[in-house]
Design a protein. Structure first.
Length: 139
């Protein structure tokens, strides 16, 4: 069974955790890496409430690392349009996925190459958080 999903703009992995456990552990792992979860959006509940439709369990966690966010915003005040960094936990086909955005790809749209080091630092922290929940397989 493959434990890594594909995305051109993020890192997604399958975890053996139950959905609620994965959400809690993702929040804890982000906190350990210096991120605070600013918001939790329950997509399943919102789509049911607003559209009356059923959707699988899906949570978006809006995470922010204050020192890194400050540094980015000091460089370009408009980067708030791309913040916070999002992480997701969702169920699909009986599996639970955890993932995080690729900050380097996200910030590449700004054209500010000098943000590359900062984005790489964000990615390292996000990947460590994911590794603690759903390590990449050796295969």
């Amino acid at each position: 069974m493959q434990d890594i999903a594909t995305s051109s703009y993020g890192d997604l992995r399958v975890t053996k955790l139950r959905f609620d456990e994965a959400v809690a552990q993702t929040e804890a792992a982000l906190k350990k890496e210096g991120f605070g979860v600013l918001c939790q959006i329950d997509i399943q509940a919102k789509l049911k409430e607003k559209l009356g439709v059923d959707f699988p369990k899906y949570v978006i966690l809006g995470a922010c690392n204050p020192p890194l966010a400050r540094e980015a915003l000091e460089h370009d005040i408009n980067l708030g349009l791309l913040l916070p960094c999002n992480a997701v936990v969702y169920e699909r086909d009986g599996r639970v996925y955890v993932g995080a955005v690729d900050a380097l790809k996200m910030l590449s749209i700004t054209g500010h190459r000098e943000l590359g080091q900062l984005a790489s630092e964000v990615n390292e922290k996000l990947r460590r958080a994911l590794d603690s929940i759903a390590p990449r397989s050796a295969a």
